[in-house]
Design a protein around this ligand. Structure first.
Ligand code: PEP
Ligand code: MG
Length: 324
């Protein structure tokens, strides 16, 4: 079975009806880039930069060190796009300079972009390091946990400021840098129109989208049985985001765990997803599902799934989707 999968590695990723699908890798360390490239991906869909403090005694490295780490990944990917997500700290991932442990609801607190906007000097440092790295290959800058128009505006302002600082210092960056937003808060999915005019691409973070939609702490084992990617509310938020973005001509990927689970591949394809980003170990099993999929048929079957609310109906619709 494993050998059969390996044979799929360098064949083009497309559905039976010939629709090309992009397979990207999620990585957490600069060293992971090699494995991603070897797995036959068309780029990095999510480079989580949290390693910057986790492997550094919880102190953020300076601009040079960050620039070096980003550049290493970009060079390793040999011209393929690298999606670099700005730091997502807070909640379970604390920085010692902030007493996250003392907050009652860290997942609802100063996390990800909220933290970055509260520490503009550190955010600017990271933005400059990413901008400078973009001179070495195609970079897509991705912002986590946005929900409010005001956060979008502040982020865009700081990005302009970081570009200005680079210009002043004579530091080069690519004018082709793409800007994207994670859609991982239900408010962002429902009001995705807020995002479409400001961003070149979107990436749906299903791990957090499920957590926040269902009010289930993703790290709390006592409620893990209620963490359900197939809850109709979750499915509708994903489908809504994909539909609206497609209408606006903005590309969307899914980079949460759902994208790497072959049980959900047909469902996501039928909703219109054309870009999957997942841990390299899951790429080939997902690819196998893609190669067997006929989109027009899946689209019809997925409409039935989205119309089902009662668990028995939903299970029946999912069974049909698995069989068409
Ligand atoms: C997500 O929330 O789905 C995601 C990809 O981001 P993280 O798991 O790093 O929060
Ligand atoms: Mg997330």
């Amino acid at each position: 079975e494993q050998r059969k999968l390996q044979r799929l590695k360098f064949s083009p990723t497309q559905t039976l009806d010939g629709t090309p699908i992009g397979l990207y890798a999620n990585i957490e360390l600069p060293e992971d880039a090699g494995a991603a490239l070897a797995a036959g991906v068309v780029g990095i869909g999510l480079f989580r930069t949290e390693f910057l403090y986790m492997h550094n005694q919880h102190v953020l490295p300076d601009e040079e060190e960050q620039f070096d780490a980003y550049r290493r990944v970009i060079e390793a990917m040999k011209g393929l796009p690298v999606t670099i997500r700005t730091i997502d700290v807070g909640a379970d991932k604390s920085l010692d300079m902030r007493e996250v442990e003392d907050t009652v609801n860290p997942a609802l607190g100063l996390r990800a972009i909220r933290w970055s906007l509260s520490e503009p000097q550190m955010f600017l440092t990271q933005l400059r390091a990413i901008l400078r790295a973009s001179a070495f290959g195609p970079v897509k800058l991705l912002i986590p946990m946005l929900a409010h128009a005001q956060e979008i505006a502040q982020t865009l302002d700081l990005l302009e400021k970081a570009k200005g600082q680079c210009d002043e210092a004579g530091l080069v960056y690519s004018s082709e840098l793409k800007l994207g937003a994670m859609i991982e808060i239900p408010a962002a999915a429902l009001a995705v129109q807020l995002f479409l005019k400001h961003f070149d691409f979107l990436s749906i973070g299903t791990n957090d989208l499920i957590q926040y939609t269902l009010a289930i702490d993703r790290s709390d084992s006592t409620v893990a049985h209620l963490y359900d990617p197939l809850h109709p509310a979750v499915l509708h938020l994903i489908a809504h985001t994909l539909r609206q973005a497609k209408q606006a001509g903005v590309s969307v990927s899914v980079c949460g765990e759902m994208a790497g689970d072959p049980a959900f591949t047909r469902l996501l394809l039928g909703m219109g997803l054309t870009e999957f980003s997942t841990h390299p170990s899951q790429l080939l099993v997902v690819k196998q599902e893609i190669l067997r999929a006929h989109l027009p048929t899946l689209e019809i079957a997925v409409k039935e799934v989205l119309a089902a609310y009662a668990p028995t109906e939903l299970q029946a619709a999912l069974r049909r989707l698995a069989q068409v």
